[in-house]
Design a binder for this molecule. Structure first.
Ligand code: F6R
Ligand code: MG
Ligand code: MG
Length: 366
């Protein structure tokens, strides 16, 4: 029997270098320093994608553990101090509360955690995106776990043939519902095809009930009631031996789908798969991008990372993403490049409307 391990990925933007583009190395150094002093963790890996710091941590304390969440909170606080000293941009922006209150969820940072019995060999992929939102995972998660044109294992691996269970969260009304695929895939798509409202939170193996994937689903803008930064999301996927193969898990990203985010969290753009080295958004604060780091777990130790999208096999996807970006940018302030009114993080509409309200004439009865 393998050990029960919890893999926690907790992320926050606590100050950008320069603007909202990247993370200063001093913050990563600080985060590593704080985590390495903790007796709670088996192992950790600190990295960043764009302006978000990602704490990838393993331990044996289960999900939603107050001490682990406190550790992440303290780490982000310490990084915020450094960000303030360097006058980095938006220092402390994702730490919405003044003090930690037992669970980091709802306080600003994004959280994806799963607890499982480590298998004889446990390959995992951690996806981390910048300049987009949690619903960005809906498309790839559907492809990975429910689309036989992406995942041939659904057809020819007897251990996957019965399908998977998708736990979907309605982020507007804070409720959840679970769908079984393939039999309920059309019902599932009714919801997750609207990624601004419905997000795939987790995926389970239908036969064994094991957790296979989990994402971060908080929406900061809804939580705070005002713009505090896009909820750049993370997602963990376990691979192989009855779960999708690593290559099946990476495959959807060869086709850059359109996601919400980009400039001022108010635009639609292609999700570009990039290496760790290429993870700094530039053009129009984007385009949105995603990094995939692979690890083998060994009694909770993170053996890795493998920087998957560094592979030239994803060059074509980057090229396609650049073409899509070029095309969309020419639309400027017009939809569908600009998000529709309810989805924009920034808007001047109420103010402009107020100023012009007397200039609107009623057309009824004319
Ligand atoms: C999008 C993002 C950036 C900022 C933009 C304006 O998620 O982080 O595109 O929205 O740079 O930032 P402020 O309002 O801070 O000047
Ligand atoms: Mg930022
Ligand atoms: Mg960000």
């Amino acid at each position: 029997m393998g050990k029960r391990i919890t893999l926690s990925v907790i992320k926050a933007d606590v100050g950008g270098w320069v603007g909202h583009s990247s993370v200063h190395p001093a913050l990563l150094e600080k985060a590593r320093g704080v985590l390495s002093g903790s007796p709670l963790l088996i192992d950790f890996h600190v990295t960043h994608v764009g302006d978000d710091i990602n704490l990838i941590m393993t331990h044996e304390r289960g999900r939603n553990d107050g001490d682990i969440h406190q550790l992440a909170w303290d780490t982000f606080q310490a990084c915020t101090e450094v960000a303030r000293q360097l006058k980095l941009y938006g220092a402390g922006q994702d730490l919405l509360a003044d003090a930690f209150s037992g669970n980091i969820r709802g306080l600003g940072p994004g959280v994806a955690e799963m607890e499982f019995e480590e298998r004889a060999s446990e390959p995992v992929v951690v996806f981390m995106a910048d300049k987009t939102e949690p619903g960005a995972w809906n498309f790839p998660l559907y492809k990975i776990f429910a689309d036989p044109f992406n995942t041939i294992g659904l057809v020819i691996d007897p251990k996957m043939h019965k399908g998977f269970l998708f736990e979907v969260h309605d982020v507007l009304h804070h409720r959840r519902v679970t769908f079984a695929t393939p039999e309920e895939s059309y019902d599932l798509l009714v919801f997750i095809g609207a990624p601004g409202r419905f997000c795939v939170k987790a995926v389970f193996h239908k036969e064994t009930g094991e957790i296979v994937a989990v994402s971060s689903t908080q929406r900061l803008n809804l939580m705070a009631g005002r713009y505090v930064g896009k909820d750049d999301p993370v997602c963990i996927v376990r691979c192989q031996s009855g779960f999708p193969a690593v290559g099946e898990v990476l495959e959807p990203f060869a086709h850059p789908h359109l996601v919400s985010g980009w400039m001022r969290g108010s635009h639609s753009g292609p999700l570009m798969p990039v290496s760790q080295r290429q993870c700094t958004p530039t053009r129009f604060d984007g385009p949105p991008r995603v990094v995939a780091l692979g690890f083998q777990l060994s009694d909770g130790k993170l053996v890795g990372p493998q920087d998957f999208f560094a592979d030239p096999a994803f060059d074509k996807a980057r090229e396609t993403a650049n073409e899509i970006a070029n095309y969309l940018r020419r639309l400027g302030p017009f939809e569908p490049h600009r998000l529709h009114l309810e989805e924009m993080e920034y808007t001047t509409l109420p103010d402009v409307m107020k100023r012009l309200k007397d200039r609107f004439e009623d057309l009824r009865g004319r």
